[in-house]
Design a protein around this ligand. Sequence first.
Ligand SMILES: Cc1cc2nc3c(=O)[nH]c(=O)nc-3n(C[C@H](O)[C@H](O)[C@H](O)COP(=O)(O)O)c2cc1C
Length: 331
Amino acid sequence: MAKIGDIDVGEFPLLLAPMEDVSDPPFRALCKEQGADVVYTEFISSEGLIRDAAKSVMKLDIYEKERPVGIQIFGAILESMLRSVEIVEASGPDIIDINFGCPVKKVVSKGAGAGILKDIDLMVSLTKAMVKHTKLPITVKTRLGWDDDSIKIVEVAERLQDVGCKAISIHGRTRAQMYKGEANWHPIAEVKNNSRMHIPVFGNGDVDTPEKAMLMRDKFGLDGAMIGRASIGYPWFFKEVKHFFKTGTHCEPPTMQERVDAARRHLEMAIDWKGETLGVFETRRHYTNYFKGIPHFKEHRMKMVTSDDSTDVFAAFDEVLEAFGDFEFSR
Ligand SMILES: Cc1cc2nc3c(=O)[nH]c(=O)nc-3n(C[C@H](O)[C@H](O)[C@H](O)COP(=O)(O)O)c2cc1C
């Protein structure tokens, strides 16, 4: 059984990865329904939060049905991070996660995200101060290191644990790799095999089949899998992994009706949460995957991703059901 602080997250939990403009409340709700054990918000700027920037503050919205939920923040300035912990705490998450892994230039150049991998002492001292500043469990998400020559993740993880970090999720790439190449899970297994480690070590990077999740559990011996891209437009991935663990077989892929229902609910929840314009716009990226594999689908997809009016998008869903209702998806 894995525990994040006092929170029991089950045996080999599946965690929805924090993903900017993806891991919002509607998508988290769908993933939760399909078996995600822990969900994280997208990263939120500590500098934005302390300035009460509307965009950052809105990202703090969480719902009872998605618990346990972690809110992820990033930054490199102690005072801003501590003040952000207070602001985040007020919105009632179960976990606060620190992003020490974002590779994007505008984040890294300020020493935040993966930028902090160049200053491990600061990474540890920030974590320590944040742990002391809240009763909520603090978790960390990071990468293997800055580049191939600076992979010290075993030592880093141990130091984070020693200052009170309650779980660590490790993306098996360096910052220099960005998203290129394959994720390397061996250094993550080394972190887990360190006999001094007692907090959960979650693996992340390239888990896109149930078989890979099983490898992460059985061959690499990790405590859980954090799943990102495989879930975009495909919240059923969590259920499929769980089914595979239980039975050793693949469950049937979702039917067209289930896909249309999910896309419809996704859009409805997105509009409820952020209004018509943003709701329509930001749900678009999911449709390609919801309807992946259907031949001659371009015209329908174009309608879904170019319409600015939700009525047209809902009509496109109906047309898809009408035209391809019997389509059998393959795995
Ligand atoms: C669109 C997108 C947005 C992301 N945003 C974040 C983020 O806000 N915070 C974070 O820690 N990682 C972020 N990531 C990285 C993912 O959490 C994850 O570490 C990475 O995608 C590797 O996992 P995967 O192979 O399962 O996708 C993002 C990834 C993607 C694809």
